[in-house]
Design a protein around this ligand. Structure first.
Ligand code: ADP
Length: 318
């Protein structure tokens, strides 16, 4: 039996080598992946193009077979069973449906694929339309939908079998800010209702806004994974000064201060340790600034991402 702390998705040393079919060459797309995704969380699966995200998703969906290693989903290694299939909803990137179909027709079609019929089918269609705020447009044809509406119907389709797990490939790419916010809200709500979400994405800001945990993949290797709290700690602090007069900012920079922002008469300096903090305060005093406050600064996911990839590149070339 699965307890609340057991991972819903767990891979052990999962490895995939593709035969390219060209001069016997092989591509190592995934190397010894140990991934754990827990119940009721949003896991942001990140990595530049070609890092192995799609390969991982295909393996989890049972569309391709591992070269070595294992996958457990909801406690079973029989990931090809009807039970597991019913419990994984998948939304591919830029999913496409014919324009002449109505929203509810798409859902009826996919519901039937899962064996839903009659009242049960209609009830579930009503529920998923409600979940993605599309009840009002259910009878309209897709050609009249905005991109955001299409994506929401895609999400409804992924939810039709009431799966425990949702795997979403770039769910907000190409959407305007309002539509992105709609999708983010829906995904957070699904998580709060107990679903487990694996989101593969390039949109670091989006992922940072909604994920509980993230993993960064590069060249087939999972470089880091953990909660945002664990990963985005930083010893950096921001020192805020007031009373900055003309020319002072340049003077600070000339004397080695790291100015990160400037608003009206306020200047913000970044420091990395106690010694730099002491120096910044002294520097501020020496140019006539007034110290306002010192605040810890959390690293952004984008900074972490860039640092992790840079480090991986350096390790490879050394
Ligand atoms: P991502 O989704 O992160 O962009 P992929 O999983 O698509 O990464 O690709 C990982 C690596 O595997 C890349 O080098 C890609 O070229 C290679 N690859 C993916 N699919 C195949 C395939 N069917 N045959 C050969 N190589 C592949």
């Amino acid at each position: 039996m699965n307890s609340n702390h057991d991972p819903v998705i767990k891979t052990e040393n999962l490895t995939k080598v593709y035969d390219t079919g060209f001069r016997g060459e092989q591509v190592s797309a995934l190397k010894n992946l140990n991934l754990e995704v827990y119940p009721s969380e949003i896991f942001g699966y990140l990595g530049p193009n070609g890092s192995g995200k799609t390969t991982t998703i295909k393996l989890l969906l049972g569309l391709i077979f591992p070269t070595s290693g294992s996958i457990q989903i909801m406690g079973t290694t029989d990931i090809y069973s009807a039970y597991v299939k019913k419990n994984i909803g998948y939304l591919p990137e830029g999913s496409y449906y014919p324009d002449f179909l109505r929203g509810e027709e798409i859902l009826r079609f996919y519901g039937q694929l899962y064996g839903l019929t009659g009242k049960e089918l209609y009830k579930r269609i009503d529920e998923v339309l409600e979940l993605v705020n599309m009840t009002h447009a259910r009878r309209r044809m897709l050609k009249g939908y905005s991109k955001g509406m299409r994506q929401r119907i895609g999400l409804a389709q992924a939810l039709i079998s009431n799966p425990q797990i949702l795997i979403l490939d770039e769910p907000t790419t190409g959407l305007d800010p309002i539509a992105r916010k709609d999708i983010r809200d829906i995904l957070s709500r699904l998580r709060d209702e107990g679903k487990t979400l694996l989101i593969s994405s390039h949109e670091l800001l989006e992922v940072e806004m909604i994920s509980n945990r993230v993993g960064i993949l590069y060249e087939g290797i999972l470089r880091v994974s953990g909660t945002l709290e664990e990963l985005l700690t930083s010893k950096d602090r921001i020192v805020e000064f007031a009373n900055a007069k003309n020319g002072v900012v340049q003077e600070i920079k000339d004397k080695g201060g790291e100015v990160v922002d400037q608003v009206n008469d306020k200047v913000y300096l970044k420091v990395r340790n106690d010694e730099e903090l002491y120096n910044a305060i002294e520097l501020g005093k020496s140019v006539g600034l007034q110290l306002i406050k010192i605040t810890p600064r959390r690293e952004t996911l984008e900074e972490l991402f860039v640092n992790v990839i840079d480090l991986a590149k350096k390790e490879r070339s050394s």
